[in-house]
Design a protein around this ligand. Sequence first.
Ligand SMILES: C[S@@+](CC[C@H](N)C(=O)[O-])C[C@H]1O[C@@H](n2cnc3c(N)ncnc32)[C@H](O)[C@@H]1O
Length: 229
Amino acid sequence: MTTDWFAGAVAERYDADTTGRPVEPVLDFLEPLAGGGALELAVGTGRIAVPLAARGVRVAGIDLSADMVAQLRRKSGTIPVAIGDMTTTRVDGTFSLVYLVFNSILNVTTQDGQIATFANAAAHLVPGGRFVVEVGVPPENPRSVFALSDTHTGIDEFDADTQRLVSHHFRLRDGSWERLSMPFRAVWPAELDLMARLAGMELRERWAGWGREPFTATSGSHVSVWELV
Ligand SMILES: C[S@@+](CC[C@H](N)C(=O)[O-])C[C@H]1O[C@@H](n2cnc3c(N)ncnc32)[C@H](O)[C@@H]1O
C-alpha cells in the first residue's frame, strides 16, 4: 500500500506552509490549454485547482490523501476528486489538459510508477491534449540546502545511483523544532521525455518556470509540456 505522507497535521498546515508559492503565473500558463477541461493529478488541497475552476475551467482531480482532499472540500464542493493513486486511478471524461505540479511526480518513488503516471495522464487526454509537469532537476550534490529561514530549514539528501531523494524539513512550531523527512524519486528531463514517448506523447515546450523563462543547463527546475499525438 502507498504511504500517505500528507495525512493529518501535514494536510492541516499545507496551505499555510505554501502561501509564499505564486499561483497566478501557474493559472495564466494553464488556462489557455484547458478549454476542453483540466485534470490535476495530485490535486491536494486545491491550491491550483480551486482558483483555476474560479476562472471558469472545468476541473477534476485525483489524490491519494483523503486529508488533503478534505482541505480542498472546505474551499470547493463542486470539483470532482477521486481518492487514489495517480498511477492507476481514473476519473470520468476526457480533458484537453492534465497537469502535475510542485514536484509531485517525484512522490511516485519507482520508475515503473512514474511511467504508469504518464500513461494514466495520456489515458485522460483527448488527441492533441497537453500534459504539463512542473518539477525540479535532480540536485548536483549528495546534500543540498533548499530552504533556510528562521522557521524552516530544508535539506535534500540525494543518491544519484538509485535516484532516491529524501527531503528533510525542519520547522519551528510553537517554540520547538519538528522534523518531516519525505521520500522521492528524482528524475532528469530526458527520462521524463522517454516516459512521455512510451505514453504516446511528444515534448512541445520546456521552460525554467511558469513565466516561460529559458530552460538551460543550470536551471534548477522546469515546466514541461507534452502533447498526446
Ligand atoms: C506537494 S503536494 C502538491 C499538491 C498540489 N498539487 C499543489 O500544487 O499544491 C503533493 C500531493 O501529491 C499527493 N500524492 C502523493 N503521491 C501520490 C500518488 N501516488 N497518487 C496521487 N496523489 C499523490 C499528496 O497526497 C499531495 O496532495
